[in-house]
Design a protein around this ligand. Structure first.
Ligand code: SF4
Length: 411
């Protein structure tokens, strides 16, 4: 029997929160996370001692070199490829950009909807954003808009509200404007006071809150289901805060772009007399890092098309779903989790997590290892200022995305 090895301070690259204090047990090929861990990390880190799936071409098992050759041939004949998914570490993202430069293609991440809703606000007015460390150590009033984000970021409030922040006092307050905080969230916020205001329209409530904060009383007695006097009281609280922060998950809100815009305006108003910042939630599967890499390499964010030596960006036309309408080949890359490709009638080359379940057999499938489990890599945290080194937990038997892409490019 293999010896059980316990590894401490493991960094996690799945949701973008960047926890780096996980304890993981490795026994031969098996991997299991121990506390502190959230259900998502426990599920995505878990590995059993099972054989890896082999590459396939049209459903037939084949070796990796021949699968890469088949992918190369498809791409060489492609008219309009989309390189999507992009759940990859930084090396994999660099290789995907190389692939687009070599064969042409639209580059997009599968979770980019939230990012672009936030961009809509940031492009119009700019924003004063803060970091996880600032929220953790300085924020005394946190306004959470929308549903409880702990469903997606399991340890969010544990990270944002530690027992002993460096600078914030003991009188910390969290206001939920939208869904009620769950039990887990309340437990993580045991040291803070928590209030909840349900709303039928977060945009209307935020807009009225912004007016009250600016010293204006908007006409009406109720905004988004919240009484005007309640919102006036919240505005007073925000104005009196030393460091107020507004957070939301744009991907989860129907009007995520409008929430981002109203939250940004509210924070702008507060900054006239006190200190405040926005803390937009996101960052799943290294989307922030992949976006940064595109900015460095191409000068444009995700949803960019590369053709010849030129790139062009269009946040609507080059979103995966829209781009697929004109595409003939989809290169689907998802190394962090078994995220399946969207329905697509053209050819599919999948560089996929070994547990991915496909509705339709890809034309070429190359199973890839997971950064932070099978091989080392780097991923960015959601606030984009910290890149996390992800270590290998076991000896890799599957190629990384960077290695697989290199084989495809060489043909
Ligand atoms: S909250 Fe996010 S970063 Fe932290 S352990 Fe869970 S999945 Fe990983």
């Amino acid at each position: 029997m293999a010896e059980v090895q316990t590894i401490h301070d493991v960094a996690c690259g799945f949701c973008g929160l960047g926890c780096d204090d996980l304890t993981v047990e490795v026994e031969g090929r098996q991997v299991r996370a121990k506390a502190p861990v959230c259900p998502e990390a426990a599920r995505l880190l878990r590995r059993l001692d099972t054989a890896d799936p082999m590459p396939r071409v049209a459903g037939e098992v084949i070796d990796q070199a021949d699968a890469a050759k088949a992918a190369h041939q498809i791409l060489a004949a492609a008219r309009a490829p989309v390189i999507g998914g992009l759940g990859v570490d930084m090396a994999g993202a660099g290789a995907a950009v190389d692939l687009a430069i070599r064969f042409g293609g639209v580059l997009d991440h599968y979770a980019s909807d939230g990012l672009f809703r936030n961009y809509a606000a940031a492009q119009r007015t700019g924003w004063l954003s803060t970091t996880l460390a600032e929220v953790r150590n300085r924020c005394d009033v946190l306004l959470v808009v929308g549903d409880d984000p702990a469903a997606t970021w399991g340890r969010l409030f544990e990270r944002l509200f530690p027992e002993k922040p460096l600078f914030a006092g003991s009188n910390r307050r969290v206001i939920f404007l939208g869904g009620a905080p769950g039990e887990k969230t309340r437990a993580q916020l045991a040291g803070a006071s928590v209030v909840h205001h349900a709303t039928t329209d977060a945009v209307a409530a935020l807009e009225a809150l912004g007016s009250f904060t600016a010293g204006r009383r908007p006409p009406g007695s109720c905004f988004g289901g919240i009484e005007a006097d309640t919102l006036a009281g919240l505005a007073e609280e925000l104005r009196n805060a030393h460091y107020a922060v507004v957070t939301w998950n744009a991907a989860d809100l129907d009007d995520g772009d409008l929430v981002a815009e109203r939250a940004t305006a509210l924070v702008d108003t507060l900054n006239v007399t006190t200190r405040a910042g926005v803390f937009p939630l996101g960052g799943r599967d290294n989307i922030i890092g992949v976006n940064q890499l595109l900015l460095w390499r191409l000068g444009y964010p995700l949803r960019t098309a590369v053709q010849g030596q030129a790139s062009s960006h269009d946040g609507t036309l080059f979103a995966t779903q829209a781009a697929l309408a004109d595409a003939d080949v989809l290169v689907w890359i998802s190394a962090f989790r078994p995220e399946p490709p969207p329905a697509f009638g053209g050819k599919i080359i999948a560089l996929a997590h070994p547990e991915t379940v496909f509705d339709k057999e890809p034309d070429v499938l190359i199973p890839v290892g997971t950064p932070g489990v099978d091989h080392a890599g780097t991923a960015f945290r959601m606030d984009s200022i910290v890149s996390l080194p992800l270590g290998a937990l076991r000896v890799a038997t599957l190629p990384s995305v960077a290695e697989a892409v290199r084989c495809i490019a060489e043909g």
